[in-house]
Design a binder for this molecule. Structure first.
Ligand code: DTR
Ligand code: ZN
Ligand code: ZN
Length: 441
């Protein structure tokens, strides 16, 4: 019976094998895969920033053409940004307030780690005017700091100072969201903010390169970056008091930021050094319905996004190699595996880690079974993502599985319940899970 069952299974399995199992996600790598992380500030993918802008444009289009305070398009924008940050291992807070009879939201995202007595904060207002989708004003700043935050996670950056990012509501109504945040921030916490960087319009179609001249250290940091890429800058004079850095400056917090221009006209001298068209506004769609995805200059967006990353990394001065924790989480409870039956599981709950998992999370699997080819083994991350570790291969008649699989878990928050799932796909004999172990290198 056993042989005939196995024989028919072999025949069936050969038909099933093609496409029977989803290709293991990129995360499941041969044991020992590791990745060295760059120390210098990373390049920000302008393609990713543009994708975020495309998504914000879609949100506006699906919500009456704008992302304004109190409208459905704004809350949809907040939910979109929050979901990406939660998935990347940030600690997010949604702060509600009321303005002009409507509910507004600030989204605050903290990157776990770093000295929380020294906070480097980056912010951008996420709301648009009611006239249009607000892709440059200020989808550009919002998308650029979102991609910067995601790059922090992707590179597992370990800053010396604590990193915080903020997406403000109701800026267009008079910096309502950022004012609300500061008014509700205890004085002791205000003093921990070592610098606030504001990014409001950094993708203008006829771009300029303006640096806020408030805090000299922050100003110089941005100037150094642009000098390094051979782009001259000018001091930003148009925006004093007109965006979310103003409440921070009024609270005595060092501020800085970047601006690519709004409805002012680009002069001949500026066009000479920056390119673009003199006699035209930096952004002729400022606060208009034409502030769409087409209202973006990619080169300017790219340069500003990279300047943001340069400032965030430089001002928070850390290493970018995750500390080796050597932390082990283990479950040695024996779990019987039903012969040819449903999958069974063994779980561990990871706590005390910061941010996302490493590029080489070690998954130790110890299964006692007389015919290991019967077994399909998966790792399930806390958010339900499945990493295929082993497919069933009924011709593999060796006994037992004692393997250490390496999984790229950088897209997953490290903390939470991780589950090993084992299924005996073919009848003939049975075994049990002897041990399941996660090691954070
Ligand atoms: N982005 C505009 C505010 C604004 C206009 N000019 C500047 C210069 C620098 C920063 C901001 C601004 C708005 O949100 O209406
Ligand atoms: Zn505006
Ligand atoms: Zn703005």
């Amino acid at each position: 019976m056993k042989i005939s069952a196995r024989l028919s299974a072999v025949l069936a399995a050969s038909a099933l094998a093609v496409g029977a199992f989803a290709a293991a996600p990129a995360g499941a790598q041969p044991a020992g895969a590791t990745g060295a992380l760059a120390v210098t500030p990373p390049d920000i993918s302008v393609a990713n920033v543009k994708q975020h802008l495309t998504d914000l444009q879609s949100i506006a289009t699906a919500n009456g053409g704008n992302r304004a305070h109190g409208r459905t398009g704004y809350k949809a924008s907040v939910d979109f940004v929050k979901a990406k940050l939660d998935a990347a291992g940030f600690t997010t807070t949604l702060q509600q307030f009321t303005s002009s009879g409507a509910t507004g939201y600030n989204l605050i995202a903290d990157w776990p780690g770093g000295d929380t007595n020294q906070v480097v904060m980056s912010g951008a207002h996420l709301d648009s005017v009611t006239a249009g989708p607000g892709i440059n004003d200020n989808g550009s700043g919002s998308a650029a700091i979102l991609e910067t935050a995601l790059t922090v996670s992707r590179t597992q950056y370990q800053p010396t100072k604590h990193l915080r990012f903020a997406w403000w509501g109701a800026e267009e109504l008079g910096m309502v969201g950022s004012k609300y945040y500061l008014n509700n921030l205890p004085t002791a916490d205000r003093s921990k903010i070592s610098g606030y960087l504001n990014f409001d319009m950094i993708g203008s179609p006829n771009p300029g390169y303006f640096v806020y001249d408030d805090d000299p250290t922050i100003e110089q940091t941005f100037k150094t970056y642009f000098a390094g890429i051979g782009v001259p800058t000018e001091i930003e004079t148009e925006g004093d008091g007109r965006s979310d850095h103003a409440p921070f400056k009024n609270a005595g917090i060092p501020v800085g930021g970047l601006f690519s221009g709004a409805d002012y006209i680009k002069t001949a001298a500026q066009a000479q050094k920056w390119g673009g068209t003199s006699g035209l506004a930096f952004d002729r769609c400022y606060h208009a319905s034409c502030d769409t995805l087409a209202n973006i200059n990619d080169t300017g967006l790219d340069r500003h996004s990279d300047a943001i990353a340069y400032a965030v990394w430089t001002l928070s001065g850390g290493s970018s190699t995750p500390p080796s924790t050597g932390k082990v989480f283990e479950n040695s409870t024996d779990v019987p595996i039903p012969d040819g039956g449903p999958g069974v599981t063994s779980s561990v709950t990871v706590t005390g880690m910061t941010g996302n998992g490493p590029t080489n999370l070690q998954v130790g699997v110890d299964i006692v079974h007389p015919w290991r080819g019967d077994l399909k083994i998966d790792l399930i991350a806390p958010n339900g993502t499945v990493y295929g570790l082993k497919t069933a291969n009924v011709s593999d008649s060796a006994a037992n599985v004692q393997e250490s699989y390496s999984v790229n878990a950088t897209a997953m928050a490290a903390n939470g319940t991780w589950t090993l799932r084992v299924q005996d796909m073919f009848t003939g004999d049975s075994g049990y899970i002897n041990n399941f172990k996660l090691t954070f290198p």
